[in-house]
Design a protein around this ligand. Sequence first.
Ligand SMILES: Cc1cc2nc3c(=O)[nH]c(=O)nc-3n(C[C@H](O)[C@H](O)[C@H](O)COP(=O)(O)O)c2cc1C
Length: 170
Amino acid sequence: MDIMQLMRDRYSCRGFTDEHVGEAELASILEAGRIAPSACNNQPWRFIVLQGAEGLAKVDGCTKCRYGAPVAVLVCFDKDASAKNPAVTPDYGWIDCGLAIMQMALEAKALGLDSCIVGAYDPSAARVALNIPENLVTYQFLMLGYAEKGPVRMHFDRRSMEEVVIHGGF
Ligand SMILES: Cc1cc2nc3c(=O)[nH]c(=O)nc-3n(C[C@H](O)[C@H](O)[C@H](O)COP(=O)(O)O)c2cc1C
């Protein structure tokens, strides 16, 4: 699929069917995250994959925003990897994870799945439920599955080019 079309078609899905996500599709989505660019090539991300009744119950314990998705990936970063030398290079863990999650969302769309990035979760509850070690910072969930609901109005609500592009400085 044309990359521009893919980016236009991706939307935050807030209603999934319970259709199973195949292993090959999930592997390909995770691969898209794995190969994302990162500052100093630190690759600080770690992807905690949650599915099945037990895994999804843990997700539901820390967010109301699973939207019925059969798979949830909690993207985290290892601060020992993202901030190796803070005096020289800032900790880009948040940005690196943002790039990885976006690549995963786009690969999901390319495979016919939909996704929703979810920041509305309780990080403390996630840490306890998933036994996340202290060196990992939790970033966002990526909910994955097959769409039952299409995009909401916000998807179409974008600032104009005139507002976001500044040619030649202010
Ligand atoms: C960092 C981040 C956090 C988000 N957290 C949530 C969330 O907790 N719940 C939710 O329903 N959508 C969440 N979204 C989705 C945004 O609301 C959505 O991207 C925005 O409204 C544009 O709509 P679209 O993704 O359909 O184009 C999040 C998106 C980003 C990038």
